[in-house]
Ligand binder design. Structure first.
Ligand code: NAP
Length: 496
């Protein structure tokens, strides 16, 4: 697909261009960053390695464009977003193909990611029109000691330039979930896509370009996060950072300075299964939640905490389903595909070796070819094993057998993460009490953890994040309340 059709303007030879001031440019660095196909482990695409000067230009141009955009009527901003959503959906096939080649996302899921992103843009446009047009009106005599001489009007104003940094696992959807709320709220956007996933993101930006947004309003710089990341996140021209990724986010939050941060970081989502659970429902959710996209989801089930009495039946049923998972190429829509990089595969292998040394029960034989790791359930995991606490981001799922519900809650809360959790039980009262006790941003009752629907609030506690996502919350984070107070002279009459 590279270089063909309407997309040809975004590539030069075999290197994709970056996007500044409404134009597609080559970097003056003369350097490119290779994107390795996780399946073949060969370079599949290349993107520009942007320089600091180019980052400055993208931010300057975004700053200028934002001033006019903030004055553009909301309905007009929404109209352009709807147009971009339609173009994005029209181009679902070529963008999905990039996701298959860059991050080994199964082909069907790749298409779903693009379509879901288009829907998110449209919903965001609608929601923005509704909530950004509203303000508050306050009267001073509602506060003790104040008479009715002050009237307060509030409205929501944009922040300026929003820096969006998404992770590799949803490079389109998690870029869009930042871009759409930022734009409808009157901000401009500078996108730094993940290296694996950068080409899908550039094609997505091209859809916004084709929709006809003003020059400079959207900029996209490419390059390794380790090389240009600090320069971007500490740039004085950036007014808000919306980041999704791993521990990198913790260091960004320490360096960023006094600007609003929306951080969505890692998780170790626990699945607590009680004796009275519908076991088949729990098993289906554990397998789907633990192994979809090879476990490379922030809300994947990352540890199962099951009551001892039902543990053996649960493990048996999970194993039966794991045996049916298909393993292979993303092009063939296999359930389990290669993990994103060789270093990720090595990291996962380290966790597996540690569990082996510490005598976890291996329900399947550990098998790896290149970046492809076969699904593995580890039973009888104990708290002294790394896999009990660390996020594998791969198709390896630990099971810890618990004697009491309190033990499960304690394990969940002892984690430094607090993204989501879930509980399977037929007793709704117990479920709500457990939800209250779990220190996570969301608890799902009788379903696996999940991001979305995209207008639901989505947030992590502790090392899992700062702020809350979901369309409405994102619009609110990317705006500031502005207050205008009308002062009247003191009344020269007395009532009654
Ligand atoms: P990552 O390594 O933290 O990278 C995330 C993004 O940060 C990438 O775009 C990366 O660019 C960039 N980056 C790297 N170093 C940087 C720096 N110094 N300054 C600024 N940006 C920098 O995470 P990942 O491996 O892509 O994603 C997996 C992680 O994301 C997991 O921990 C997962 O749980 C988490 N995640 C969380 C959520 C959520 O909603 N809570 C959703 C999805 C994923 P390069 O690719 O160029 O290095």
């Amino acid at each position: 697909m590279a270089g063909s059709g309407t997309f040809s303007e975004i590539i030069d030879g075999d290197v994709y261009k970056y996007y500044v001031d409404g134009q597609w440019n080559k970097s003056s660095s003369g350097k490119s960053v290779p994107i390795i196909n996780p399946t073949t482990r060969k370079t599949h695409y290349k993107v520009q390695a942007c320089t600091q000067e180019e980052v400055n230009n993208v931010i300057d141009s975004a700053k200028k464009a934002q001033k006019l955009w903030a004055k553009t009527p909301l309905w007009k901003r929404a109209e352009l977003l709807h147009k971009a959503a339609a173009i994005l959906k029209e181009n679902k096939a070529p963008i999905a193909e990039c996701l298959v080649k860059e991050i080994a996302k199964p082909a069907k899921d790749a298409v779903t990611e693009v379509v879901r992103s288009g829907d998110l843009v449209s919903y965001c446009a609608e929601e923005g029109v509704r909530i950004l047009g509203e303000g508050k009106f306050l009267v001073s005599d509602s506060f003790p000691g104040n008479d009715r001489t002050k009237y307060c009007l509030t409205s929501k104003i944009p922040l300026g330039v929003v820096l969006a940094i998404p992770p590799f696992n949803y490079p389109v959807n998690l870029a869009i979930s930042k871009i759409a709320p930022a734009l409808i709220a009157g901000n401009s956007i500078v996108l730094k896509p993940p290296t694996q996933g950068a080409v899908a993101a550039l094609h997505m930006v091209h859809c916004f370009h084709l929709a006809g947004f003003p020059k400079g309003l959207i900029g996209c710089v490419t390059g390794k996060g380790s090389e240009i990341g600090d320069f971007l996140t500490m740039h004085p021209g950036v007014n808000c950072i919306s980041f999704t990724g791993g521990d990198t986010g913790i260091s960004i939050s320490r360096k960023a300075g006094m600007i609003p941060l929306q951080m969505e970081l890692g998780g170790k989502d626990a699945c607590i299964v009680l004796e009275d659970a519908d076991l088949d429902l729990a098993v289906a959710n554990i397998v789907k939640g633990g192994f979809s996209y090879s476990g490379q989801r922030c809300t994947a089930v990352k540890v199962v905490l099951v009551m001892e009495q039902i543990a053996s039946s649960l493990v048996k049923k999970v194993n039966e389903k794991v045996a049916k998972l298909t393993v292979g190429a993303p092009e063939d829509n296999c359930d389990i595909t290669p993990v994103v990089t060789e270093s990720s595969a090595n990291f996962i292998e380290g966790l597996v070796k540690d569990a082996k040394e510490k005598k976890a029960t291996f329900c399947q034989e550990y098998k790896r070819e290149g970046n492809l790791i076969w699904p593995l359930l580890l039973d009888n995991v104990r708290p002294d094993m790394r896999i009990a606490w660390e996020e594998p981001f791969g198709p390896v799922l630990p099971v810890i057998r618990i004697k009491t519900v309190e033990e499960g809650i304690h394990h969940c809360n002892a984690s430094n993460f607090g993204l989501q959790g879930c509980v399977f039980t037929s007793d709704i009262n117990k479920a709500i009490m457990i939800s209250d006790a779990m220190e996570t941003g969301t608890v799902q009752i009788n379903s696996a953890p999940a991001r979305g629907p995209d207008h639901f609030p989505f947030q992590g506690l502790k090392d899992s994040g700062i702020g809350s996502q979901g369309i409405t919350n994102s619009i609110n984070i990317m705006t500031k309340v502005k207050t205008t107070v009308i002062n009247l002279p003191a009344p020269s009459y007395t009532m009654g």
